[in-house]
Design a protein around this ligand. Sequence first.
Ligand code: NAD
Ligand code: ZN
Length: 245
Amino acid sequence: MNMSSEKVNIRDIILKSKYIVALTGAGISAESGIPIFREKNGLWTKYKPEEIASYEAFKRHPDIVWQWYIMRMKKIKKAKPNKAHHILSKWETRGILKSIITQNVDGLHQGAGSKNVIELHGNIWRVKCPECNSRKFLDKIPRYIPRCKDCGSILRPDVVWFGEQLDPEILATAYNEAKKADIMIIIGTSGIVYPATYIPIISKNEGAKLIEINPNDTALSNYADIIIREKASISLSKLDKLIGI
Ligand code: NAD
Ligand code: ZN
């Protein structure tokens, strides 16, 4: 859909809405220099996902898995929130946006000042003990494989791996936000990771309008009421100007 022909419409829809929720994926952080997964130069082209991001892989080769996470942490540490993260944060402050449901583990939404962030897939800066379940935030990037202070087990990144369930409480919170939304803005997600991809469908079934922001076609495009086929920072800057808050 051509944004200029829809300008008035989008502005009206946004300004009349009472509860906007954003669903974000790796694409929103791409412009911060963090590679997305499913692309020619994406993160998974060098490694097969199940060889790294699974509990089996971690059990078999904790050293390789940790090496990969340390490499990602270094990349993420250098990254700064971009315009798209900042605009969402501003919209929250102004009361336009109620929450962000994110599949990202990079913490860049919080870095931009967003408060109500629901992290579906965990956070790369947190570790968890697979034996005693204790969790903590890391204060620096580990140089060696980190171990649990209580039981000595090798700690794992507190992120959701392939074949793992999402935290049921977090998922329930996300579903609840999805139900309350009258607009859901879907930014930078391919929509092929379950159950995250159900979230906009829930909103749609409850009568919400879906706005997709993505330079490429996705599994959710068919459900979208408005599609902006541009990068997150450009699209959100345009929307921000348009609604003028
Ligand atoms: P994905 O890699 O499957 O898809 C990324 C999407 O972003 C694609 O549809 C692509 O067209 C779009 N995109 C690329 N550049 C964009 C831009 N500048 N603006 C807007 N959109 C852009 O990502 P996903 O759907 O989030 O699923 C991947 C999984 O991997 C998630 O579970 C996520 O947890 C994880 N992941 C996280 C990070 C991160 O934390 N930054 C990075 C990579 C992957
Ligand atoms: Zn432990």
